[in-house]
Write a protein that binds this ligand. Structure first.
Ligand code: UDX
Length: 436
């Protein structure tokens, strides 16, 4: 099928590449000409395992094209997927301006009947408005319908999550629209759940917010574990055998970050308020997460007289392993506080340091200083204190003896619970983590 995709971020580009991989003829549209050139050359603008390989394969097969010329891409497309961002606004609501821009461009470009499919996460009811908006601005006598097809991929495993999704959610208001989406997804051979548009929009928020709630719940329990002398790892293991709970998303730590959970919890809270309802569970998850992010810093502040000139090793900056994304990363909040307190930071992240420099450029910053180094060992050398913010595998694999050998004072604050408490203690390290 001839498909156009608007937006080449995590959602749009991964969808476009995977549709091409499944045999569709795909054109990805982006406003940035340099980005288009890069993608034509088989270079992905985002770091995502396996993506570049699939891009190159499908570029070469002639099934995957890129353009800034949206008119050319939209006019003959049978389906147009919208995968542009819906960033959070200061009041917590979703910014729909990118969706509106693309909708207008679609309305002015389409020359034949087509299905517009919204993949971006949007407030419930938005697809109704998008359909009306496109119809209002249509310049030709064609039939355009809008469907909802939320995306559940996680960064770092986006290609795998798309090709092997647990389910495809399609939200439509007509059998014709449903048929188009079923045809597009047929080659994926995945379970399809077909619902109405508003339910599809809600499923996305309900899933993300449930997972955020699960993490905040574990963090809440972890905080209590510390007070009552229980161990959150043991508690999580005990819980995980209950199939009704499941084994995943039980890791306590310094809270969730990323482009989805923080944004989607606040957006649903906002939507509820708009309807005169208070979503107390989700609000609690948001509050717990906000406090959890700096728990480690608070613990360290209670232990130290000052951070002034303290050589501080930081291991991991990304909001989670496998990505260079820093959106809502707890490292940002903690490093801000450390710098305000005068710390001399040596930070290491395998891939996110370049992005981090955009927030905190190398050198003096506030009362402190930040340096970016090329290895965990370099960060740890002569350090008085170490913070772990991201559970990269290579950081998890650092033997306890390395902290002991390299640090001036072997004092470690682990925000991701990646080291064994006893092993660290036996190696003579003063070790603090979350809920243990
Ligand atoms: C998430 C959803 O998983 C995905 O389905 C949705 O489409 C987008 O949002 P993503 O943000 O890429 O994906 O990452 P995810 O792996 O879900 O982790 C989100 C955050 O939760 C990270 O900061 C991670 O460190 C944290 N987390 C996750 C925990 O603190 N504990 C856990 O047990 C799991």
């Amino acid at each position: 099928m001839k498909i156009a995709v608007a937006g080449t971020g995590y959602v749009g580009l991964v969808a476009g590449v995977c549709f091409a991989e499944k045999g569709h003829d795909v054109t990805c549209v982006d406003v940035d000409a340099d980005k288009v050139k890069m993608m034509e050359a088989g270079i992905t603008p985002i770091y995502e395992e396996g993506l570049e390989e699939l891009m190159r394969k499908n570029n070469a097969a002639g099934r995957l094209h890129y353009t800034t010329d949206y008119q050319a891409a939209y006019k003959g497309a049978e389906a147009i997927f919208i995968g542009v961002g819906t960033p959070e606004q200061p009041d917590g609501s979703a910014n729909l301006s990118y969706i509106a821009t693309v909708s207008r461009q679609i309305a002015e470009s389409v020359e034949q009947d087509c299905l517009v499919v919204v993949k971006s996460t949007v407030p419930v009811g938005t697809n109704d408005k998008v359909e009306q908006f496109i119809r209002d601005f249509l310049v030709r006598d064609v039939k355009v319908e809008v469907a909802s097809n939320p995306e559940f991929l996680a960064q770092g495993s986006a290609v795998h999550d798309t090709l092997h999704a647990a389910r495809i959610i399609i939200g439509t208001e007509s059998v014709e629209a449903e048929a188009v989406l079923r045809k597009i997804y047929e080659p994926f051979e995945l379970p399809i759940v077909s619902v109405n548009r508003r339910s599809a929009e809600m499923i996305k928020y309900a899933c993300n917010d449930f997972l955020a709630l699960k993490i905040s719940y574990m963090n809440d329990i972890a905080n209590l574990c510390e007070l009552v002398g229980a161990d959150i790892d043991a508690v999580a293991e005990g819980m995980s055998y209950d199939a009704r709970i499941g084994a995943r998303f039980l890791n306590a730590g310094i809270g969730y970050g990323g482009s989805c959970f923080p944004k989607d919890t606040k957006a649903l809270k906002y939507i509820a308020h708009q309807h005169g309802y208070t979503l107390r569970t989700v609000e609690a998850a948001v509050d717990v997460n906000a406090e959890q992010k700096t728990k480690l810093y608070q613990k360290a502040s209670n232990r130290m007289i000052t951070f002034q000139n303290l050589r501080t090793a930081v291991l991991g900056l990304a909001f989670k392993p496998g990505t260079d994304d820093l959106r809502e990363a707890p490292s940002l909040d903690n490093i801000k506080l450390l710098l305000e307190s005068g710390a001399d930071i040596y930070a290491y992240d395998p891939i996110a340091a370049e992005n981090f420099k955009k927030h905190f450029p190398e050198g003096s910053c506030g009362k402190g200083t930040i340096h970016y180094v090329d290895s965990a060992q370099e960060a740890l050398k002569d350090a008085h204190i170490c913070f772990v913010f991201t559970e990269w595998k290579e950081i998890q694999e650092i033997p306890a003896s390395v902290f002991q050998d390299l640090m001036r004072i072997p004092l470690v604050y682990d925000g991701r619970n990646i080291f064994d408490v006893k092993t660290m203690k036996d190696a003579g390290i003063e070790y603090y983590s979350i809920g243990r």
